[in-house]
Design a protein around this ligand. Sequence first.
Ligand code: SAH
Length: 369
Amino acid sequence: MASSPKDNLLDYDRAELAAFFAARGEASFRASQLMKWVYGLGVTEFSAMTNLSKSLRAGLAADATISLPEVAADTLSEDGSRKWLFRLADGNCIETVFIPEAERGTLCVSSQVGCMLNCSFCSTASQGFNRNLTTGEIIAQVWMAANLLGQHADASRLVSNVVMMGMGEPLLNYDNVVRAMRIMLDDYGFGLSKRRITLSTAGVIPAIRQLREDCDVSLAVSLHAPDDTLRNELVPLNRKYPIRALLDSCREYVGEGRRRVTFEYVLLAGVNDSDQHARELVKCLQGVPAKVNLIPFNPFPATRYRRSEQTRIDAFFAILNRAGIVTITRRTRGDDIDAAWGQLAGEFQDRTRRSSRTRTTIHVQGHVQ
Ligand code: SAH
């Protein structure tokens, strides 16, 4: 008879691990002991977990696993950003990007293999949607980065920030993403604070409302247009959740406190980058506690869009800035390794084509289909 698959302990948050141990007749503090080994010290061999009894260690080795992906590629950009392609147990690959800065190190984490949203300027869209990542596959990206950067060895906080901004729409994989973020926040997990985790969404309104109740990390919204006609074209999800309602949910999300929502705006030459668009954006964000993140478009093969000229970006920035909106222009980084934000490509197995319009040009590792 085939043995049942082992429990992947990375799939559980602390409460679920406590239940797992309780079911084995063990005290619930075993959960924090195990998490400290795994997330704090980077130890995944049960036999090395010396504060667990020998019989418990043997039992875990028999029934449980700590499943990590393989490193399919590890690329360092000239500017210091590092991109990993991780191969999952089923052969699918996902990307995780680390961006070191003077005061922090930000890890950009994927939530799905592919994406179903079909945003017209995003290279992930051309790959279709394959599947949701499990909790274990999401948290393993943080574990792998910490390990490959040497964080486990010297207990430094190299990964100080996490952005759920890689492949996929995190709010369409809600349960697994929230559970993984709980592990990132847990003192026995990665001990990050809520303001150091940012979830980026194209605007799934009901899930934004739910997130406020469940795990109110920093919120970023991919806006990219100041009016519904243009946004329908760039972010098709807007047809279901239009701008006004989306901004209402953003206002609710931050409430009366001092928090702001970050609005991401990819500047596409001649599409959404005129002075008029900037003025409309100012109007659109009136009354919303907002920061704006202007992102120079990163071209990819077969895209119909171009990056705005720097003078255009500066002019757009100046209009928002004069209107008193806190605005930053994201530097493009990692261009030489194709690791720019939202440019996350992978090789999928069993690719599901969303529509006949879908292009299937994959451009990772020089692999073209
Ligand atoms: N689905 C989520 C998270 C993934 S996309 C969301 O929509 O927010 C995250 C970000 O990637 C987008 O906001 C956008 O800023 C960026 N992005 C996507 N394609 C890009 C491209 N070609 N160039 C620059 N940024 C891009």
